[in-house]
Design a protein around this ligand. Structure first.
Ligand code: BEZ
Ligand code: FE
Length: 276
């Protein structure tokens, strides 16, 4: 393994992984090296560009902490998150489709009774959210857990506001015996993903915007069914056709209807895939 040149180095690196005990790790490392080298050859990567790339990744690391995950953001804006979701969530057409998780879910959100207002100080236009959870066979799913989270009217999640310590506009509810859920919150609005770091600079340099259309996140778990991670989107929201993270599916777009008293109402019925 000496005197390697641009024609022999790829095979040498691939060979270095030959003794990897874990077969899947070996497959992934081999393919990664082959694709990375092919990419460098295809674009004829200069040393200056290589260094810029290293600097970009370094800056992603420096800005990442418990509250900020620049690497997931990078994966999101490159479409890698949505590609991975799409490849791993193929299910019958009748099922509710999955979409990206995003970086703003928090474990251990407060549990609420059905019908409770979960906004807890997050500002925005009041909005009631309700519907059902069923299996593909149409049977209602009782006691399904719905973990929901959203931004406030300024486009900020509670975890993005240093002055907020508790949960705002996030919480957990469980369906009743008929599979029904309901809670009050605030109207979802479009918001930009965090763009004050290296990912934002990359978006700007490539003429892209950082906005996501108005949406509400759901993580749904129920015994006997596959876990569903998804959002519902507001019909006619700005950016519905140009989501910065490529996560919109038309089956998840629904009407959020203004009521005579100015509140909004959105109804959405989820269909879960039974576990194999
Ligand atoms: C979100 O919807 O919370 C989100 C998803 C991907 C990147 C940033 C935010
Ligand atoms: Fe979001």
């Amino acid at each position: 393994m000496i005197n390697l040149n641009q024609d022999t180095i790829t095979q040498a690196v691939v060979k270095s992984f030959e003794g990897t005990p874990d077969a899947r790790l070996k497959e992934i490392m081999t393919s990664l090296v082959q694709h990375l080298h092919a990419f460098a050859r295809e674009v004829k990567l200069t040393e200056e560009e290589w260094f810029k790339g290293i600097d970009f990744i370094t800056r992603c690391g420096h800005i990442t902490d418990d509250r900020r995950q620049e690497f997931i953001l990078l994966s999101d804006v490159l479409g890698l998150s949505m590609l991975t979701v799409a490849m791993n969530n193929e299910k019958p057409a009748a099922c509710t489709e999955a979409t990206v998780f995003g970086p703003f879910h928090v474990d251990g959100a407060p549990e609420y009774d059905l019908g409770t207002d979960i906004s807890n100080g997050a500002t925005g236009t009041p909005c009631t959210v309700r519907g059902t959870v069923r299996g593909i066979d149409g049977k209602s799913v009782a006691n399904a857990m719905l973990d929901v989270w959203q931004s406030d009217e300024n486009g900020l999640y509670d975890v993005q506001k240093p002055e907020v310590s508790g949960a705002q506009a996030r919480g957990i509810v469980h369906t009743d015996a008929e599979g029904r859920y309901s809670f009050d919150s605030i109207l979802a609005v479009p918001y930009p993903i965090p763009h004050d770091g290296p990912v934002g600079q990359m978006l700007e340099a490539t003429g892209r915007h950082p906005w996501r259309p108005a949406h509400l996140h759901f993580l749904i778990k129920a015994d006997g069914y596959e876990t569903l991670i998804t959002h519902i989107f507001r019909n006619n929201s700005d950016y519905i056709d140009s989501d910065a993270v490529f996560a919109v599916r038309s089956s998840l777009v629904c009407d959020w209807v203004e009521q005579p008293d100015g509140r909004y109402l959105v109804e959405y019925d989820f269909v879960l895939n039974p576990k194999a």
